[in-house]
Each structure stands twice: as C-alpha cells, then as structure tokens.
Ligand binder design. Structure first.
Ligand SMILES: Nc1nc2c(ncn2[C@@H]2O[C@H](COP(=O)(O)OP(=O)(O)O)[C@@H](O)[C@H]2O)c(=O)[nH]1
Ligand SMILES: [Mg+2]
Length: 319
C-alpha cells in the first residue's frame, strides 16, 4: 500500500503527495517506508528557509515568490509551519495571510502544518516533507517557520539559503533580535519597506554585521522590500541565487549534500531512539519514577542514568 502511494507520488499524483505528507506529519504507520522510497527517487531541490516573527509578512512574501518563480516555469513545494500557542491551541495572530495559488496550477503544492502538530519536531517534519516534494519533482522547496527559537536554527541547518524576514516597525529593533537568528540569516529581507524606517534598520543591521567577522566569506545582503506590493522580490530571488553560487564556489554540491545528509541521519536516529526508549517499559515506569523523585527517594539525574542503564541492558548493550 505504502509502496503504491510512493510510486504515485513520484509520478506526480497530487492526492498521493497530500496523503504522504499527512502520514509523515503524524509519523503514522508506513511513513518510514514512504520516506525511504521517496528518498531513493528524489532529486535535490533548491531549499529556501524563510523565518521571522509572526506578522512580518513571510506568507505574503512566499506568495510573491511563487508568482515570480512560476513565471519562470519553476515547480515549487511550500511547507509553512503555523504558529500555534501551546496554551490556547489557537493561532498567535489573527491577521495572517494564507499562501495560495490558483487551483489549477499543478506546479505548486502548498501545505500548512501546525507547530504543535508535528510529531517529533518541526525541523525533522519540514525536512521530511521536503524529501516528499523532491521526490514529486519540485525544483524549489520553500519552508516558512516562525523565528522564535531553536526550531528555526534547526530548519536553517537543512535549507541551502535562509532568509530572515524583518519589518521596520517599532519593537523589531535590531538589538532585540535573537542572536541565533542573526547568525542563520544568509539574506536579510526588510519587508514592509513601504512604511517608514526600513533604511534606518538596514543601516543598523549593516553595522551589526560589520562588527562580527564575516565567516564563510559571505556578507549577507540586506534588501528593503515590500511583499504586498511585490517590490524588490525579484532582487531577493537574485540574492538567493547569488548565495547559492557562493556556496557552489566554496563547496561542491556533493559535499553540501553530504552535510545535509548527516543532519538528516542524526535527526532520524535521535527520533527513533526516543520513540524506542519511551515505548518500552520506561515510558510506563515514568509515573512511578516521578513519585520517587517527588518524595526524595531519588533525583532526576540518578533516575535518568538508571533509565538509560536499563535501556542499554534491554537492547543488549549493557556495559
Ligand atoms: N504594509 C505592508 N504590509 C504587509 C507587507 N507584507 C505583508 N503585509 C501584511 O502583514 C500582515 C501579516 O502578513 P503575513 O504574510 O501573514 O505574515 P507572516 O505571519 O510572517 O506569514 C498581513 O496583514 C499582510 O497583509 C508589506 O510589504 N507591506
Ligand atoms: Mg505566515
């Protein structure tokens, strides 16, 4: 059954692609077989990550990029991670733009994913969806994530180029930017430049970039643009292409692919290990151990070591 699904997907069946994404997102039975089959049939796409605060205009920008890339005849897969609050379960912001394309356009496939819905982590989920897109023949994969934490840094690890989307609005001052986010940006997009303050912000970012040594021989360009008006989106796409050329000039595609595969491999091992660990008797023993920690019989550290020892013994690797 899963083999059929993978085969259909590879042959361009959109329904099969949609089903496969759902399986992967839920880590449902059979998803690993599909991923394996798709991995064998994939052709690496141009992977672009877009990250930034909710409301900065990432989805609007994705729409604008789709338009330009489609005009060039490129095929595109989009996976957008929707910010969901762990407390309300709802969206963080009401005023969000949907990424859309004309119903009849077979060249684009768009999928939204709730951030708390992705079993096993956002980065791995988006990354595996990228594999499905690649197997279905998409030449570009756009990944929209909310720039709030480690997940974005992880997503950036598997994108060729990461675009950080900022806005000139108050509160978005460069000083308050999370350090980790500055580091992942290969290209800075100052969106909503139809509003005042964009040039000022570009200057701030430029001086901040000058203070840190430009590693990797690449100085991230800063583009003042407007996604809603479609202004300078072409320039952004050009800069993304230049970043790719830069990558190609310092590492071979094979080396980069290898680095990406190592990241993928590690994630897969860690997830499988975690599943394996908590599926065993240790998962159900958790409540008992919690009691022991609570009443002072043991500590979280000693208990963790104990759980690991037991796990190793169970899998026949006891020391
Ligand atoms: N003024 C202005 N508003 C924009 C621009 N791009 C997006 N917006 C608006 O910003 C809001 C949030 O956009 P959205 O794409 O959903 O942001 P996301 O949360 O980062 O995906 C929407 O109301 C958009 O219409 C722009 O270039 N200029
Ligand atoms: Mg969005």
């Amino acid at each position: 059954m899963t083999y059929d699904l993978a085969e259909k997907l590879v042959n361009g069946d959109r329904l099969a692609l949609a089903k496969a994404i759902t399986l992967v997102e839920n880590r449902a039975h059979g998803h690993e077989d599909i991923l394996e089959e798709c991995f064998r049939n994939r052709k690496p796409a141009v992977r672009i990550g877009l990250t930034g605060a909710p409301g900065s205009g990432k989805s609007t920008l994705v729409n604008a990029m789709i338009k330009l890339l489609r005009a060039e005849g490129k095929t595109i897969g989009v996976v957008a991670v929707d910010p969901t609050s762990p407390f309300t379960g709802g969206a963080l912001l009401g005023d969000r733009v949907r990424i859309t394309t004309s119903e009849s356009d077979e060249g684009v496939f768009i999928r939204s994913m709730a951030s708390r819905g992705a079993v096993g982590g956002i980065a791995e989920a988006t990354d595996d969806v990228a594999v499905l897109f690649e197997a279905s023949g998409k030449e570009y994969v756009l990944i929209e994530t909310v720039g709030v934490g480690q997940a974005e840094v992880d997503v950036a690890a598997s994108a060729d180029t990461t675009v950080l989307v900022l806005t000139p609005e108050a509160g978005d001052s460069v000083q308050t930017l999370k350090a980790g986010l500055m580091e992942v940006a290969d290209v800075f997009a100052i969106n909503k430049s139809d509003r005042p303050g964009a040039e000022r912000m570009a200057l701030d970012i430029r001086s901040m970039l000058e203070m840190r040594a430009s590693e990797k021989g690449w100085t991230p360009p800063i583009i003042c643009m407007s996604a809603i008006r479609g202004e300078k989106v072409d320039e952004l796409i050009d800069e993304i292409a230049k970043h790719r050329e830069h990558l190609a000039s310092c590492t071979s595609a094979a080396d980069r692919e290898r680095t990406y595969l190592v990241v993928k491999l590690k994630r897969a091992v860690e997830r499988m290990l975690k599943n394996d660990l908590w599926r065993g008797p240790d998962g159900s023993a958790l409540e008992k151990i919690a009691d022991d920690i609570a009443d002072g019989t043991t500590t979280p550290y000693a208990a963790a070591r104990q759980i690991l020892d037991r796990y190793r013994a169970r899998s026949g690797q006891g020391e």
